[in-house]
Design a protein around this ligand. Structure first.
Ligand code: SAM
Length: 305
């Protein structure tokens, strides 16, 4: 048990980096997946890209983006995160803002179609979720008009896309709501309040649906893959802290629930390895939208000559 406050993981300096478990997909960490994606798409080091990252946290993934960036815009709605990232990347333009507001401000400042790369790693579910419900220490309160929320969420994704320059990419990592770990997390949160639609995959469904619609309208092409992997905790204690701090965000109602505590303990036990580490099955959705006239932009050079 811990006496950290609700959302301390994002608001208390240093807590996120301490609690975060490394995630491995095909033997490499998530940040290496992004490094490989960058190399594949931009070849050897180029530092010519204008890059935006939303929900940047302490800049873990920014480390991979920075060598490719001519300019970097970094946004997060936590003061602690933004001050950490501003120290690490002093040349970046940083701002503390909710992703929805950050997109609106950038578009208002004339930054439509101005980024080669717009990214959000493990962070889009929060601003999308906010259209549907309000999450506080007291509990979860769904907004009354869920259809309007869906419309706003769709517009939010298209707003992200409007920031991308022709030929540029929107690159997103989202957690896999269907993994056994996330099923347990969903069950626990649903004891506080049900999620809109069917469980927590609704945020990913919204992103994919909006991008499919953009592709159908010729705005570009969507590539979506899911990779299975593992979150590695060095001990049962670290795994427990991961659940309490990151998944449950130290929410008092979840931490006080004895059934949740028992289920998490059983789950951790099931995945404890002989060396005492815990290998939690996990998954990531890699979503890449390349902006350009679809379908002709995907043809090999010279075919239309
Ligand atoms: C799981 S962390 C991911 C951080 C970083 N991208 C990484 O991969 O390490 C989620 C981040 O999103 C931020 N965040 C949560 N809700 C947000 C919102 N509505 N607008 C902007 N940032 C938000 C949190 O402060 C946190 O830094």
């Amino acid at each position: 048990m811990t006496d950290a406050g609700f959302r301390a993981v994002y608001e208390a300096a240093g807590m996120y980096d301490r609690l975060l478990l490394p995630h491995y997909f095909g033997g490499v960490e998530d940040v290496e997946l992004i490094r490989s994606w960058l190399k594949e798409n931009y070849g050897a080091q180029t530092s010519a890209l204008d890059v935006a990252e939303f929900g940047c946290g302490t800049g873990r993934m920014t480390e991979a983006l920075a060598p490719f960036a001519r300019t970097l815009v970094l946004a997060d709605n936590s003061e602690a995160m933004v001050s950490a990232v501003a120290r690490k990347f002093p040349d970046a333009q940083t701002f503390c803002a909710d992703t929805t507001d950050a997109i609106t401000s950038l578009l208002a400042a004339g930054r439509a179609q101005s980024f080669d790369l717009v990214t959000a790693f493990w962070s889009l579910s929060y601003p999308i979720g906010q259209f549907f419900e309000e999450l506080t220490a007291a509990g979860v309160r769904p907004h009354s008009d869920q259809a309007a929320a869906r419309g706003r969420a769709h517009a939010f994704v298209l707003g992200l896309l409007r920031l991308v320059a022709p030929g540029g990419h929107l690159l997103v990592l989202l957690f896999d709501a269907e993994s056994p770990e996330q099923q347990l997390v969903t069950w626990a949160w649903e004891r506080v309040a049900p999620f809109p639609a069917e469980g927590r995959s609704y945020t990913r469904d919204i992103v994919i649906h909006a991008l499919r619609a953009a592709e159908s309208q010729g705005a570009g092409s969507l590539t979506h893959t899911r990779r299975g992997g593992v979150a590695w905790a060095s001990s049962g204690h670290a795994a427990r802290e991961w659940f309490d701090g990151v998944h449950f965000k130290h929410h008092p109602r979840l931490l006080a629930d004895a059934d949740i505590a028992d289920s998490v303990a059983e789950f951790i036990e099931r995945y404890t390895m002989p060396n005492g580490g815990v290998a939690l099955p996990s998954g990531v959705h890699v979503i890449d939208f390349c902006v350009g006239a679809h379908p002709v932009a995907s043809l090999p050079d010279g075919l239309l000559a």
